[in-house]
Design a protein around this ligand. Structure first.
Ligand code: COA
Length: 628
């Protein structure tokens, strides 16, 4: 609520400022945006019986007949008239009436702020941009300057509320996440974290943070009238930063932010006991965003270049390389490497991938259009270097964080697949959903590798609803299993295989439709479980049986994040023996990033990527060789 009021105040402030320049347009935009946001429907609570039936159906391809029978019995008890299920459902419905979104606070806590795992790899995604070929350091600085100007241009759209409203299936989407990504930062706590947004309607940060050689600088990017510095001015300021951070013997203080959250929470309290440290940390937290000027990474063959950059975006490459050249708590960090490796990483609590990638698309377009024009030399103050006093205790925390990070780096297996044989245009000519087709290829790939299927999570947007985040599409359906078994059965004709593929794709599309309309099962089950915890009653048995554990163990954690820019988004696996798979279906090719953990003997990112490539090719052959 505080957030909503602050946002309203901030809009009013922007409208007053902008009114001087162009009164009518600004007022219209402002009213339109408010009307849009207020008019969004609330996230529904699905009917109880519907969710329970759909849950049992989702278990079919995953558990044995005995396990399923046991769950059916537990479910019947849960659904008894006047029983636990009805009571929890009523509690949830009450919560839905009283709140803007019955799920969003729980989700923020459970999915992000309560999680004690390190942010890099475990929650923060990375985005890889095409390789840049800088001729020299000036090239890198020019690129970074244009990028910063592009993000500030995006910020201007946000401030003026001229950001175009997005639609999904013809329905307008909640735009709230866009307002959460700039000037915000996660703050570690000893038990749970918080997220603070510093663009609170009363004060507006006017600086970004730039980090080079583990040294942090405050760079003021807005003039006193709110206009941004020109690209040329930003470039000159970056040059100054570069020249005053040449020594690379500094303590990588930022690596502390990569630690286990309890450990970092304790180290944080210790760090900010010192006044100078506290002011430096606050300056980073408050900044609009962070820019990491990365040192070159070890050279690798072209074949694995993008896999290496994906890892760099996820964790920075280790304490010897760029992992200390970050502040992982910061919501948005753009990375510009001296060797041309570019992209970003973002802290996930505030937003999903699509708004981040939309912002990135805008920045890339802006950079294409913008040429550096020499501006009259107005002397600008030297960007302020942030000081840190490193006590022996802090030094010890840094050493520990370095060790942990290096273990994490060695454990992460990343493989990028640039599937160049076709893309979404081709699939659309076959009148098939590219997303469902790729998901079925993933099912086939996994089954071929393990001779069984697994619980699969695909993110679906809930942004049709006010403050909506995501729901799970369960791609492993009974129809998907029938298709993958039929596909490799030599006794089956192609016509039958194609029929099974079409059925599986239809099931996936139906599930997607259900998910984006708030009628899928995972968030509802979570709500019922949370309601039971809040009511301080014993947890219903449906949440404690083997089926539930299997259903929630997502060996395949997947997400489609599409973009105009030819980029790769990457995510870590959700479970120790699982995979993270992120894909971007472009018109004529598909970018895929697969991750796994080396510590798990059963997983192998390269192998799954190869199986996926084969599955996509075999399914293409099936489409082409089978007369309709
Ligand atoms: N025939 C022809 N074209 C078809 C088709 C068919 N049978 N089925 C789909 N298409 C078209 C669509 O119209 C769409 O066209 P467009 O590109 O012109 O808009 C295109 O193919 C893509 O559709 P599809 O592949 O089915 O996927 P989608 O765009 O519906 O996306 C989700 C599906 C689940 C990815 C999307 O709904 C979603 O929720 N995205 C958000 C994911 C998210 O939040 N991730 C978080 C990561 S942190």
């Amino acid at each position: 609520m505080i957030n909503v009021l602050a946002r309203a105040a901030s809009r009013a402030a922007v409208a007053v400022n902008s009114r001087l320049a162009s009164p009518v347009i600004v007022l219209q935009i402002r009213d339109y945006s408010l009307a849009h946001q207020d008019g969004l429907p609330k996230l529904p609570v699905p009917p109880l019986r519907q969710t329970c039936e759909r849950y049992l159906a989702a278990l079919e391809p995953l558990v044995s007949e005995e396990e399923l029978d046991h769950t059916r019995t537990l479910m019947a008890e849960f659904l008894q008239s006047g029983g636990v299920g009805e009571r929890l459902q009523k509690g949830l419905e009450r919560r839905a009436r009283k709140t803007e979104n019955w799920l969003s606070d729980w989700w923020m806590q459970l999915a992000y702020l309560d999680s004690r795992m390190p942010i890099p790899v475990y929650t923060s995604p990375g985005v890889v941009l095409p390789q840049m070929h800088f001729q020299d350091r000036q090239g890198q600085m020019r690129f970074a300057a244009k990028l910063i100007a592009g993000v500030l241009d995006f910020k201007r759209m946000l401030d003026r509320e001229t950001l175009p409203i997005e639609y999904l299936g013809g329905k307008p989407l909640c735009m709230d996440q866009y307002y959460q990504v700039l000037s915000s930062c996660r703050i570690p706590g000893p038990k749970k974290d918080t997220v603070v947004n510093h663009a609170n309607g009363i004060t507006y940060p006017t600086h970004i943070t730039v980090v080079h050689n583990f040294q942090y600088f405050v760079l003021d990017v807005l003039n006193s009238d709110g206009t941004p510095l020109t690209v040329d001015q930003i470039y000159m300021q970056l040059e100054k930063i570069w020249n005053s951070s040449l020594q690379s013997n500094k303590e990588p203080i930022g690596i502390l932010t990569s630690n286990h959250r309890n450990t970092w929470g304790k180290a944080y309290n210790n760090l900010i006991k010192d006044k100078t440290n506290k002011e430096s940390v606050r300056a980073i937290q408050k900044s609009i965003f962070l820019v990491c000027l990365d040192a070159p990474m070890p050279r690798v063959s072209d074949e694995i270049y993008y896999s290496k950059v994906a890892a760099q975006m996820l964790h920075g490459g280790g304490s010897r390389w760029n992992s200390g050249n970050r502040w992982f708590d910061k919501t948005l960090q753009f990375i510009v490497g001296e060797d041309g490796s570019c992209g970003l990483t973002y802290e996930h609590a505030s937003a999903e991938g699509p708004p981040i990638v939309f912002l990135m698309d805008h920045v890339v377009e802006y950079m294409k259009k913008t040429e550096m024009v020499r501006t009259p030399m107005i002397p600008l103050p030297m960007p302020q270097k942030l000081r840190f006093n490193i006590t022996p205790e802090i030094k010890k925390d840094i050493e520990k964080a370095k060790q942990n990070m290096n273990i994490m780096v060695h454990d992460l297996d990343v493989r990028v697949l640039n599937f160049s044989h076709y893309g979404r245009k081709y699939l659309k000519t076959f009148k098939t959903s590219p997303d469902a087709f790729i998901q079925m290829a993933l099912q086939l790939a996994y089954y071929r590798m393990y001779q069984e299927c697994c619980s699969t999570y695909e993110s679906a947007s809930l942004r049709m609803f006010k403050l909506g985040r995501t729901e799970t599409i369960r791609s492993t359906s009974t129809d998907a299993l029938k298709f993958i078994q039929c596909m490799d059965d030599s006794s089956k004709q192609n016509t039958e295989k194609l029929v099974q593929l079409e059925k599986a794709i239809k099931s996936h599309r139906d599930y997607t439709h259900m998910a984006i309309h708030g009628q899928a099962i995972d968030r509802h089950l979570l709500g019922l479980k949370m309601q039971s915890i809040e009511d301080l009653t014993s947890l219903p048995e449906i949440f404690m049986d083997t089926s539930f554990a299997v259903a929630m163990h997502f060996n395949l954690f997947t997400s489609q994040v599409g973009s105009k820019t030819d980029c790769y988004m990457c995510i870590g696996p959700m479970v120790p023996d699982g995979y993270g798979v992120c894909y971007n279906p472009m018109d004529d090719h598909i970018n895929v990033a697969v991750t796994a953990f080396n510590s798990c003997e059963d997983t192998n990112a390269t192998k799954l990527a190869c199986f996926l490539e084969d599955a996509l090719l075999d399914m293409k052959a099936l489409l082409e060789q089978t007369p309709k």
